[in-house]
Write a protein that binds this ligand. Structure first.
Ligand code: S3P
Length: 171
């Protein structure tokens, strides 16, 4: 593998979970963009949203994304909004292979409903509002996500998807 792999997709789609597994399969390092920002800033994502607001967070997110250009080939789990701001999606496509972890709104709802407190964009939503939020945001973000080089339906046959990705990266 000679370039980065960027995993993109909605919150709760499993980017970090599958990113670790893919990195291990490929024998390259793994980086979680949110964790990279948290370590660099010495603050949680929630605290960054509180202090700087979403716009401030997006500016930092782009800055940390650009830092990965200097790293050796790595599997990078991005944040759910990363591809949808600035020119981040073309930038990632230029610097590596982009993979969209595509998960249905129902499955995302099931995974996210008990994690609202840890996620700044979800913390004040009721269950009904969370359902609407997922549907609306997926519609808005779909056009960005669908520009990925590869779409990985999840859940699905994970073993097969991993092998397809490995072959895609070998080319
Ligand atoms: C966000 C997703 C989060 C994090 C931030 C904003 C979003 O990342 O970057 O809370 O806009 O969807 P994960 O997708 O890793 O949860």
């Amino acid at each position: 593998m000679t370039r980065h792999v960027f995993l993109i997709g909605f919150m709760g789609s499993g980017k970090t979970h599958w990113g670790h597994i893919l990195a291990e399969r490929l024998g390259v390092p793994f980086l979680d963009l949110d964790a990279f920002i948290e370590t660099g800033e010495g603050k949680s994502i929630a605290a960054i949203f509180e202090v700087l607001g979403e716009n401030g967070f997006r500016a930092l997110e782009r800055e940390y994304l650009h830092r990965v250009a200097a790293m050796p080939p790595t599997v990078i789990a991005t944040g759910g909004g990363t591809p949808c701001f600035f020119n981040n999606m073309p930038w990632m496509k230029q610097h590596g292979t982009t993979i969209y972890l595509k998960t249905s709104p129902e499955i995302l709802f099931g995974r996210l409903k008990n994690e609202r407190m840890q996620r700044p964009l979800l913390k004040n939503l009721s269950e009904a509002e969370l359902r609407d939020f997922i549907r609306e945001r997926l519609e808005e973000r779909g056009p960005f996500y669908r520009r990925a080089d590869f779409i990985w339906e999840n859940p699905g046959d994970e073993r097969l998807a991993l092998e397809k990705i490995v072959r895609l990266l070998d080319k």
